[in-house]
Design a protein around this ligand. Structure first.
Ligand code: ADP
Ligand code: MG
Length: 260
């Protein structure tokens, strides 16, 4: 098993990532590596830098120093002067197109139907024609169990349905890496299950995923690696079985106790 993973392509590598907002150093030298088909779960207390780290992957935030590689190509790299430099715009766009993101607050376009939400980026960003995208969009709606909701507006859907639309919308751009920032935190408890089920199915289909989550059961079952962050550092990292049953660090133990 270990040998098999060793051979998998590295989809995302972040090295020595530093990021500050003014005087507030939020990421203090983070290293992560995610191989094809892996699910990296990131857990940790509020304010520890999880969202910032995730947002650095698709350049919603820029890093101060360190390096980011996507599928073996540098998005940002730090050399002599200690400051991160991003690649040229065309390359950058191409690399960023490999990632799709799902936010806590769904972020659907409220004035567009579900189908229009899915078609928007492939048509506007990739310049595809409606008829080129629509069959795939329908497949994705079927996959997330919403075939019958294509013509609804987001406000006519439950939170869980909206979040599944958000997942389908991200997938419609055919990303290689899916990023999830607490995708179930804004949902009523009875609606989290349907979203987690969709995410589990994606993981089973070997989608590469980075998931910030408070859902410990999901992390334990679906993740290939778990990272515990606190105060801008990675405190502990491991495979889910060991991580959850025998956490080494006191801070991890305390955090997991509180989650029970
Ligand atoms: P988490 O997702 O783990 O709760 P965040 O990455 O959202 O943590 O936040 C980490 C720290 O960075 C917090 O102190 C937060 O206030 C700060 N922070 C996040 N985004 C910004 C921003 N855009 N401007 C200033 N400070 C920010
Ligand atoms: Mg957050």
């Amino acid at each position: 098993m270990a040998n098999m993973t060793d051979k998998q392509e590295v989809m995302l590598r972040m090295h020595d990532i530093h990021k500050a907002f003014g005087d507030n150093e939020v990421l203090k030298g983070i290293d992560i590596e995610v191989r094809r088909g892996e699910v990296l779960a990131i857990i940790g207390p509020s304010g520890s830098g999880k969202s910032t780290l995730l947002r650095c992957i698709n350049k919603l935030e820029t890093i101060d120093s360190g390096s980011i590689e996507i599928k073996g190509e540098f998005l940002a790299v730090t050399d002599g002067d200690g400051k991160a430099e991003y690649v040229e715009t065309k390359k950058e766009r191409q690399l960023l197109a490999s990632t799709g993101m799902v936010f806590q607050q769904f972020n659907l376009f409220p004035h567009m139907t579900v189908m229009e939400n899915l078609l928007e980026a492939p048509m506007q960003v990739k310049g595809l024609k409606r008829e080129e995208v629509e069959p795939y969009a329908r497949q994705l709606l079927a996959k997330v169990g919403l075939s019958d909701r294509a013509d609804y507006y987001p406000s006519q859907l439950s939170g869980g349905q909206q979040q599944r639309v958000a997942i389908a919308r991200a997938l419609c751009m055919k990303p290689d890496i899916m990023l999830f920032d607490e995708p179930t935190s804004a949902l009523d408890p009875e609606l989290t299950g349907e979203v987690l089920k969709t995410m589990r199915e994606l993981a089973e289909e070997h989608m590469t995923m980075v998931v910030v989550t408070h859902e410990m059961a999901f992390a334990r079952e679906a993740a290939s690696q778990v990272i515990f962050m606190a105060d801008g550092n990675i405190v502990e990292q491991g495979e889910p079985e060991t991580f959850f049953s025998q956490p080494r660090e006191e801070r991890t133990q305390a955090f997991l106790q509180n989650m029970l």
